[in-house]
Design a protein around this ligand. Structure first.
Ligand code: GDP
Length: 199
């Protein structure tokens, strides 16, 4: 997909702050520091559209971005960062759940894992919750460049085993080498195609 424009729309904590429902939306979720901002920036071919935070867990709002005027990317706040105060941790679930369960233009969620780490309970909980709620999931293992090929293959097997998913349901990605970029765009385009009113 050729990205001609990508711009920040707004940040929101609750529904009356969301932008009006318009083009189909794709949300991005993952643990803090997993590489979510970098992945979105790579997708839209911009270095700093989504701010990569040096303090993981700092960005605690839903951030909406317009892509080509034809899709909206929603950066969900990262979860699982130990240093985030309890009050904010408690806020994460309801805030994200409310968005995911009420947004009619949401077409799917890209869930991002770090290829070097086994999924944590929060990752599995999110994935299961999405599947139970019939929300399409694209699973991505990012930072693939950080492992040599043989360890990458082994780690993909471990992650898929942990989550009980098929090997072909986990997409390897690297912002550094751009491995998996075309496949990820294809998966997103597929979700967007289901959108009514799309050409
Ligand atoms: P976020 O908190 O999930 O948004 O994570 P960031 O996008 O800020 O990334 C966290 C760190 O991982 C940063 O230092 C990034 O440069 C690094 N990073 C992200 N993606 C990749 C990748 O694909 N390869 C490598 N080598 N580093 C990455």
């Amino acid at each position: 997909m050729q990205v001609k424009s990508a711009e920040f729309i707004t940040s929101a904590l609750k529904p009356d702050q969301y932008p009006p429902e318009g083009p189909p939306e794709i949300a991005f979720a993952g643990r803090s520091n997993v590489g979510k901002s970098t992945l979105i920036n790579t997708l839209v071919n911009r270095k700093h559209l989504v701010k990569t935070s040096s303090t993981p867990g700092r960005t605690q709002m839903l951030n909406f971005f317009a892509v080509n005027g034809a899709a909206v990317f929603v950066d969900l706040p990262g979860y699982g960062w130990a240093r985030v105060p309890e009050r904010i941790k408690k806020q994460w679930g309801p805030m994200v759940e409310r968005y995911l369960s009420t947004r009619r233009t949401l077409k799917g969620v890209v869930v991002i894992l770090d290829i070097r780490r086994r999924p944590r309970p929060e990752d599995a909980e999110l994935i299961n919750w999405l599947l139970e709620n019939a929300i399409a999931v694209v699973l991505v293992a990012t930072k693939a460049d950080k492992l040599p090929k043989n360890r990458r293959i082994k780690q993909v097997r471990t992650i898929c085993g942990d989550l009980g998913i098929a090997r072909e349901d986990l997409l390897c990605f690297s912002a550094k080498t751009r491995q998996g970029l075309n496949q990820l765009w294809a998966a997103i385009a597929h979700l967007l195609e289901d959108a009514p009113g799309e050409p």
